[in-house]
Design a protein around this ligand. Sequence first.
Ligand code: SAM
Length: 281
Amino acid sequence: MRKTIKEYLQDRLPDDILEDIPSSFDILGSREKSVALIEIPKEVEEFAPLIAEAIMVIHKNVESVLSKESGREGEYRLRKLELIAGNPNTEIIHKESGCRFKLDPRETYFSTRESTERERINQKVNPGEKVLVMFGGVGPFAVCIAKKHPTVKVTTIEINPKAHQYCVKNVKLNKIQDQVTPILGDVRDICPELDDKFDRVLMPLPKGANEYLDLAVPKVKCEGVLHFYHWAHEDDLWSEAEVLVKDIADNLGRKVEFIDHQQVSLYSPRVYKIRVDALIF
Ligand code: SAM
């Protein structure tokens, strides 16, 4: 069994300091090269280099340790990540469910914690569908869907040029160029220009996807599915999201039937990232 950071440092730090040393962190990458992302509490900030050393000794494939200096912010939903130790080149290839994603976590959004959600969506996709991923990032939904469903075509739109470039690379890396079309731009400009309507439209932008519902709903075919992500308090997880979707659909003369909902992950105490699935007529 691998040592924990605390076990590695127990002879080098007093017990009261060890108490505040984090025990969890994320690793992105592969056996060949990985980066670790860790949130270090203020109380033990001065021991950051020791913590990084521990991670790199315990996980031999970790070449860089980045500390999370902020929550996700801005249009690109990026964290401030500071290199505490190791290789300043933090580009990696992350492996997940038979797919490979090249990315740099300092330049693009990517969350290993959302692999289960990607798998859930994948289970819902049917052969032959046309899928639109708004807010596509480096392409995790598009790539997972296309890899698993060889008869499905996916269009994925992303505004961050770096994330778009990685998405183009990831489509090649996973040999699905004939199935996935990555588009660089703002969904507000791109969606109205798309000729197609889609069997399935994903909106994986929990902060503010509601502002783009007027663009998403018209892109869903009659009897197609909209996957709408939102944040909600545990006291009432679904009402607000459902009202937002229904109001826009009503305005556009479309009917809605809610067919599923999902608590995706905990965002902050008692607040969840959620998904509601709407059949649009
Ligand atoms: N779907 C990706 C994933 O699961 O890794 C990315 C999700 S991230 C929460 C949202 C993404 O939407 C970011 O990469 C951000 O740059 C992009 N984005 C934000 N506003 C956008 C817009 N108006 N048009 C296109 N993309 C946008």
